[in-house]
Design a protein around this ligand. Structure first.
Ligand code: TYD
Length: 221
């Protein structure tokens, strides 16, 4: 089966993932690739319904284990309905957060048993691990400041509200994943100007496209 390229974007709050995904999608489309942009929690009708439950904090009283199960349920639907079909068509999928966010937010800072997290991951991700994971790394203080500025007057979500010390632990946890899986992950210094970051990302994705042997397409206009 022809398989496209699966790229995920990870990192703390306010690292600029959505701006970078937009810029990369434009670049890839201009060279003729089919690009599917999606996000977690969400990315399919069932998962978008779960998104509201977890981000509003409605599931928080039931504890981190229940939240992890909800994120996993959303992910299973997202993989089946959006990600797998797109990859089977040969598309490039750009996903804002994926399983590393669960490993970090629920697993590490939620203090959940690693074997429980591994089981959930096996049941939801199956063979759909990303080909490339870009970890946008930024000092959490700066990230939260940016996220706050972007949000304006609306309220911070369930996770953004948490203490700076938790955000620092998450940053470390993302960097530890990158170190443990250097073939899949690449750390991007997200404190630099957006255009610089975009150039580094476009280069990394181009290498992944070539490695995967995706057909080079011509722009159609
Ligand atoms: P979102 O509004 O998409 O923010 P961001 O721009 O930071 O990606 O919020 C997603 C939040 O959900 C974010 O705080 C991270 C959290 N999250 C988890 O805790 N576990 C997960 O598995 C995923 C995908 C996200």
């Amino acid at each position: 089966m022809a398989r496209g390229l699966f790229v995920t974007f990870e990192g703390g709050e306010g690292a600029g993932k959505s701006t970078q995904i937009r810029m990369l999608a434009d670049t890839l489309r201009a060279s003729g690739h089919e690009v599917v942009v999606t996000r977690e929690p969400g990315g399919s009708p069932g998962a978008e319904a779960v998104r509201h439950v977890v981000l509003s904090g409605a599931a928080e009283p039931f504890g981190p284990e229940m939240e992890a199960i909800l994120f996993a349920a959303a992910r299973a639907d997202h993989v089946d309905r959006t990600i797998r079909p797109a990859l089977e068509r040969g598309a490039i999928v750009l996903c804002d957060r994926f399983v590393d966010s669960s490993r970090v937010y629920q697993g590490v800072t939620g203090g959940l048993d690693p074997s429980f997290m591994e089981e959930l991951e096996r049941a939801t991700v199956e063979d759909m691990m990303p080909d490339l994971t870009l970890i946008l790394d930024i000092d959490p203080e700066e990230g939260l400041r940016r996220a706050g500025a972007r949000r304006g007057a609306s309220e911070a979500d369930r996770f953004e509200k948490e203490a700076l010390s938790l955000h620092r632990r998450r940053r470390k946890a993302f960097l530890a994943i990158a170190k443990a899986e250097p073939k899949r992950c690449r750390v991007i210094d997200a404190s630099r100007p957006a255009a610089k970051i975009a150039a580094e990302i476009a280069n990394a994705v181009q290498i992944a496209i070539e490695r995967k042997g995706l057909p080079v397409k011509e722009a159609t206009g």
